[in-house]
Design a protein around this ligand. Sequence first.
Ligand SMILES: Nc1ncnc2c1ncn2[C@@H]1O[C@H](COP(=O)(O)OP(=O)(O)OP(=O)(O)O)[C@@H](O)[C@H]1O
Length: 329
Amino acid sequence: MDAVIEVKDLVKEYIIVKKESGLRGSVKSLLFPKKTKFNGVNGISFSIAPGEIVGYIGPNGAGKSTTIKMLTGILHPTAGSIQVCGISPQADRKAVVRKLGVVFGQRTQLYWDLRLGESFELLRRIYQIDQQSYDNNLAILTEVLKLQDFINTPVRQLSLGQRMRGDIAAAMLHSPSILFLDEPTIGLDADAKHAIRNFIKEINRTRSVTVILTTHDLDDVEQLCSRIIVVNNGKIVEDGPIDSIIHKLTPHRMLVVELQEPCDDLTTPHAEIIKQEGLRIWYQFEKERISASELIAALSQKLPIQDISVKEPNVEDAIRVVYKTTATV
Ligand SMILES: Nc1ncnc2c1ncn2[C@@H]1O[C@H](COP(=O)(O)OP(=O)(O)OP(=O)(O)O)[C@@H](O)[C@H]1O
């Protein structure tokens, strides 16, 4: 199937002014600024198929927002090419914007002084959405995002969770086929996160909306994304299905053993003890070298075991490995 987003060798160069220390340094930098070039995004390529939910993740300063801003036409790339539904955002931003819904968790596209419903109405006029599809969309969005209790509240009086639901509805009013979400659950309580995650799943399932999500909340990633693209220092360091990235990066599993009574020798040649608290011991083992059941059998021979559990590595364990190994690249 043809990609809805195709990015090739994307580069964004920023010019930064290096400040010298002290008052004299500050004055000197002001009069004779020392400019250096720096690539916030440094040669990124990927393609996204229709209906995918992709987590675009990476540590602070990795280049996520810079990429999203270029995809939505806010920033101009220094080099490389972008196609969104076959259109370049640089060549025809208006046409691309019609295909996109964009939500920046830290900012709002709603109007502070208007009621939420009035903000939507204003966006209807700006986007020139025909009345019937607007009415249909608003009815669905109001129900799924549970907006009815605050649709007549001025935007400035909305709580963060209500405002975020309003912003997501605003981004979906013109029925975009692609939704960019930048930190959509930041600062929200568990209920609001749940509502937003459900909504994302729902629009993806029922309308095949393609979703690109940047987030530091790995629960978002685990619950929503089938694929992750991990960026660091402006480059892609991993791209693929979550399960295979976890499998590749975390060859270890954990066996947690609870003993009936203290024992002198807890060691085994098959696993490493990485933590002990009272009668509870955490053994780390390589899943390629020994299976959990073989390790349990070996330990049962020598230890009086009360209880046992196996902990599988999750996306957080894998991401920690990526960030650690690419921090200084
Ligand atoms: N306008 C700018 N001028 C100069 N440098 C910039 C500018 N915007 C971003 N940068 C730098 O480019 C790099 C990538 O920034 P970007 O905002 O894309 O990161 P990010 O992955 O979105 O980070 P975060 O998770 O903190 O939001 C960072 O080193 C940042 O300091």
